[in-house]
Write a protein that binds this ligand. Structure first.
Ligand code: SF4
Ligand code: SF4
Ligand code: SF4
Length: 206
């Protein structure tokens, strides 16, 4: 087992009911302003074997091991902690938005002070051994958090049991957020608009 920790999150899509409790808890914990989200849930309908199901997909910063946002940041404001958590040092951020352009997951936003912000894996909590707000509040235990380098952690055991896939894994960024049931969810035919927090983000095209 490695001495280095690598914080990660596993989201079991078969357990997620799209209640958005995680998104609300995150906004409250991190004081995320109106109109912005550090984590959110996208929902749509799919058909499988002639039956219609609701697909729910929580998203957040993937805390990529090979993070392009960190590489392009000209000031060192975007950086990685010793646990592999990608953070933004607001004091060093000049608001150039290079990191936003480099992130294929579109998880960064600009705050009123002109600094870039995003999910921190609730580092103020997780660096003290607590769970991120979204994980602690999840009503169905769809989200797991812990040390990916510790084979005895809950998250490592769950990944060993169920397997997991990262979003856009083909980009090779090695996301620390992975999903159970990702291919099944994304491969199923979509039969509705895609909603995010109750708003349509992609109309149904038929
Ligand atoms: Fe950076 Fe985007 Fe990866 Fe987060 S998801 S580490 S912001 S590239
Ligand atoms: Fe770095 Fe801030 Fe520029 Fe992003 S907006 S690349 S964090 S200085
Ligand atoms: Fe899904 Fe849990 Fe978030 Fe509800 S709280 S939307 S079940 S991840």
């Amino acid at each position: 087992m490695s001495d280095e920790k690598r914080f990660g999150m596993l989201i079991d899509l078969s357990a997620c009911i799209g209640c958005n409790a995680c998104a609300v808890a995150c906004k409250q914990e991190n004081d995320v302003p109106l109109g912005n989200f550090n984590t959110w849930v996208e929902s749509w309908d799919v058909t499988v074997d002639g039956r219609t199901f609701r697909a729910n997909m929580p998203k957040l910063c993937n805390h990529c091991e090979d993070a392009p946002c960190v590489k392009v940041c000209p000031t060192g404001a975007s950086f990685k902690t010793e646990e592999g958590v990608v953070l933004v040092d607001a004091d060093k951020c000049i608001g150039c938005k290079y990191c936003m352009a480099a992130c294929p997951y579109q998880v960064r936003w600009v705050n009123d002070a002109g600094e870039v912000d995003k999910c921190t894996f609730c580092y103020h909590r997780t660096s003290e051994g607590l769970l991120p707000a979204c994980v602690g509040t999840c009503v169905t235990r769809a989200r797991y958090f812990g040390d990916l380098n510790d084979p005895d952690s809950d998250i490592s055991k769950k990944i060993a049991e169920l397997g997991s896939e990262g979003l856009y894994a083909d980009l090779g960024l090695k996301p620390s957020v992975t999903y159970v049931g990702l291919s099944e969810t994304l491969d199923a035919p979509i039969v509705s608009a895609i909603h995010r927090g109750g708003n349509v983000v992609k109309p149904f095209e038929g």
